[in-house]
Structures are given as structure tokens and as C-alpha cells.
Design a protein around this ligand. Structure first.
Ligand code: EZ4
Ligand code: CO
Length: 412
């Protein structure tokens, strides 16, 4: 038994996706997501030019060994490109193993620890009226937990405020599901932290007043604050009982969270741009966070993210896997299987994919009453329709960036 083919498929139905497809001598195929938003082709090259030939002839059953081989033999460890590539191989191998076993992947990971995965959606608005409409639309669509992002008076375009894109499956729910704008240059947004810090607590006060105390509310700071600013925001949001405050400071400085933690009881989530267990070492050991934001896609696959979450579990830290539209249906399926199986599941981010994406990726998952479930199809439950994928060739796209009023580039 061995891997006889490894194909890297690039398709851009609603946005760019990179998918690895492995085929075994038994005729079984497995899929892995290798999408790195805005830098997609770097992972394509990493796989096609450096990894594919290492996979041909390998025993597809040796998942751990293949992970360690790819990680250690490269010598150049970690990094988003390397870890997305390894993740794709890892998930494709788990998909194959589960298909051999004729079981949905979560069964191989220990079986279900719950009935379904609580998911949160992205509500946003330029002002409170628009935000309330967006929250209502999400609730009508089944979401029980809601991320709240608001425009800030005086700022024109900021992270997380929906464009006019409307998801077909979610009539009425407007999504910022193309923050990676197609084109040869990134879009420029503006930013002013002091205005934001002044404005946001009032937004949450209004949302709590309108929607009551029960609904879990989340917020994403998108790495924009200094530690002392983040501490002040966490404290000013305490009366509104957030489920979490995400990425309050730039993620690469783990020490920054110590200061934030000492000043606020608002739960903290971080890690969507992390890619290995080493990024969490201080945060987990010192219990500076409450939720691990890594996705299967960007943190070395099922094998590595499970390792991170097992260490986190010792400290009552839970999962909060990244689930934007740039995690493909393959990456989302992998997340759902892992989330269903682990004990320390927290919540799953869920931005609904568009209709063209659903045409390319045939999926088994279910979405009912605010809960996701990966379904019972053997493997991860996703198949790629190659003909449909071929209709949507790669298009260059960039995430936006921002500048302060004096022209300084700021964290986006
Ligand atoms: O900006 O996935 O919590 N979600 C996020 C996302 C990220 C994009 C980057 O590719 O912060 O919207
Ligand atoms: Co985020």
C-alpha cells in the first residue's frame, strides 16, 4: 500500500483555495486544505516543488511518521507556509485512513464528545442600526453566538465590517467573506485606536440592551492594540460579559498577554496566525488565554492541533478554531471532526461559504439550530468536483492593510 499520486488543485470559486489530493494504490483518495489567504501560491510551490515527490511511494498509513518526517527533514521548521503544507498532507492522510476504516474521521479520533458544535457567526454594521439588523439576520439563520464588529465614527473602512457580499445559503446575512480583495494591490483602510476604544463599549452596551444577557457575544481586535490599550478595552467591556476578546495585541509577542491578563477578566482568545505549539508555550503554561484560535489548516493539521489542544486542556483552555471563508470546506470539515472528538471544545467560528464554493466542494456536514456536525460519511466527508474547480482559475488577491492618519502602516 502506498501513495501513488499527489495533486495540488488551485481553484477560485468565491475566493482562492489550495487543495492537496492524495491517491493510494488501493484507489482511495484523501483531501487536505493548504489555503494561505493572500499568499496561496507559496504553499502550492512548497507542495508541488518540494513535497509531492517525497510522498510518492510512502505508506499512507504512517500519519505520525510522515508528519515528523516532513517537519524535521526540512530542517527549516515552522512558519505559515511550511505548516499549511504539512497540514494538508496530514488531513489528506487522516481522510484516507478514515475511508479505509469506513468511519467518519471523528470516530478514529475517539468518537463524539458532544452532539454538535456551537458555532458563532460574524455580525457587523457601520452603525448600531445596521449592526442590529445583521445580528437579527444571523439569529434568524440559527446562530446562537455572535461576533460583533462595528464601524467607528470618523473611520471609513475597517476590518470586519461586511461589504455588500451576500451569501447565497444565508439569504439576508451579509458577510465580509472577501476581505482578500481580488487585484494586484491590497486595499488601504484607515485606523485610529483611541477612537475605537472610545466607541466600542457603547456598542456592546447597546447590543446587550437590545438582545439581552443570554446571547454569547464575541469581538475581534485584530492585533491592533498595545498591551495597555488591550487591558483598558478588556476592562471596559467587562460589564457586557463577552464570550471572548480575540487577538487584542499583535500575536507574536506572547509576553504582552501577561499585562492584559492581569488587568481584566474578559476571556482572551488568540492564535489564528500561529502555526505551531511553540507559539502557545508561554500563553498556555502561564494560563494567559482562554481559547486557542488555530485552525487545522494553519497549524500543522489534525495531528499537530490536537497536540496543542491536549496541552491546553491541562489548563482548562478550550478550542476556538478559526473558521473564516479562507479556511476551505476541507479545512472546515477537518475542524468539525476534531472539535466533535476532543473534550476541550469551546466554540467554532463559522462563516458560511458561497454557492460556487459549495459546487466545487461536495460536503456532508450539517448546520442545525446553531450547531455544526461533520456528518457520517466515511473520511472527512468532502469530495472535490474537479470539473467544477476547473471553471474557476486562480485570481490574485490580497488582504487589506491599514495606515494611521499620519500615514504610518499599522497592524491590520
Ligand atoms: O482576518 O481569515 O477571526 N477571523 C479573522 C479573519 C482573518 C482572515 C485572514 O485571512 O480574523 O477574518
Ligand atoms: Co480573527
Amino acid at each position: 500500500m502506498s501513495i501513488i499520486a499527489a495533486d495540488v488543485i488551485v481553484t477560485s470559486p468565491d475566493r482562492n483555495f489550495v487543495t492537496l489530493k492524495l491517491t493510494t494504490s488501493e484507489g482511495v483518495t484523501g483531501l487536505g486544505d493548504a489555503t494561505l489567504n493572500g499568499r496561496e501560491l507559496a504553499v502550492v510551490s512548497y507542495l508541488r516543488d518540494h513535497v509531492v515527490q517525497l510522498l510518492i511511494g510512502r505508506d499512507e498509513h504512517r500519519i505520525e511518521d510522515t508528519w515528523q518526517f516532513l517537519y524535521r527533514s526540512a530542517y527549516w521548521r515552522r512558519g505559515p507556509v511550511t505548516m499549511a503544507a504539512i497540514a494538508a498532507v496530514d488531513v489528506a492522510l487522516w481522510d484516507i485512513k478514515a475511508k479505509y476504516a469506513r468511519m467518519p474521521l471523528y470516530q478514529l479520533l475517539g468518537g463524539a464528545s458532544r452532539d454538535g458544535l456551537l458555532a458563532y457567526g460574524h455580525a457587523s454594521g457601520r452603525d448600531n442600526a445596521e449592526l442590529f439588523d445583521s445580528i437579527r439576520a444571523h439569529q434568524a439563520q440559527g446562530f446562537r453566538a455572535i461576533r460583533v464588529q462595528s464601524g467607528v465614527p470618523g473611520l471609513h473602512a475597517i476590518y470586519g465590517i461586511a461589504s455588500n457580499a451576500t451569501s447565497a445559503r444565508n439569504a439576508g446575512v451579509r458577510y465580509d467573506h472577501e476581505p482578500a480583495q481580488r487585484g494586484a494591490q491590497p486595499a488601504l483602510e484607515d485606523w485610529d485606536t483611541r477612537r475605537y476604544l472610545r466607541h466600542l463599549p457603547g456598542v456592546f452596551e447597546a447590543v446587550r440592551h437590545e438582545f439581552g444577557p443570554d446571547v454569547p457575544l464575541l469581538h475581534d481586535g485584530h492585533h491592533r492594540m498595545t498591551p495597555i490599550q488591550a487591558a483598558a478595552l478588556g476592562r471596559s467591556l467587562e460589564p457586557y460579559d463577552l464570550f471572548w476578546l480575540e487577538d487584542c495585541t499583535p500575536a507574536e509577542n506572547q509576553e504582552a498577554l501577561r499585562l492584559v491578563r492581569h488587568h481584566t477578566t474578559t476571556p482572551l482568545a488568540i492564535g489564528e496566525i500561529f502555526n505551531s505549539i511553540w507559539d502557545y508555550q508561554v500563553l498556555v503554561r502561564e494560563q494567559l488565554i482562554d481559547y486557542v484560535r488555530s485552525s487545522v489548516t494553519h497549524a500543522g493539521g489534525i495531528t499537530h492541533l490536537r497536540r496543542i489542544l491536549d496541552v491546553a486542556a491541562q489548563y482548562q483552555i478550550k478550542s476556538g478554531m478559526h473558521g473564516p471563508t479562507d479556511v476551505s470546506p476541507v479545512g472546515m470539515a477537518a475542524a468539525m471532526h476534531l472539535g466533535l472528538a476532543i473534550h476541550n471544545f469551546g466554540i467554532q467560528e463559522y462563516m458560511v461559504h458561497g454557492a460556487r464554493t459549495d459546487e466545487v466542494f461536495e460536503q456532508s456536514f450539517t448546520w442545525r439550530d446553531g450547531y455544526l456536525h461533520p456528518g457520517e460519511t466515511p473520511g472527512i466527508g468532502v469530495e472535490l468536483n474537479v470539473d467544477a474547480a476547473g471553471k474557476y482559475p486562480y485570481e490574485q488577491a490580497y488582504l487589506p492593510y491599514n495606515r494611521l492618519v499620519d500615514g504610518t502602516v499599522h497592524d491590520w
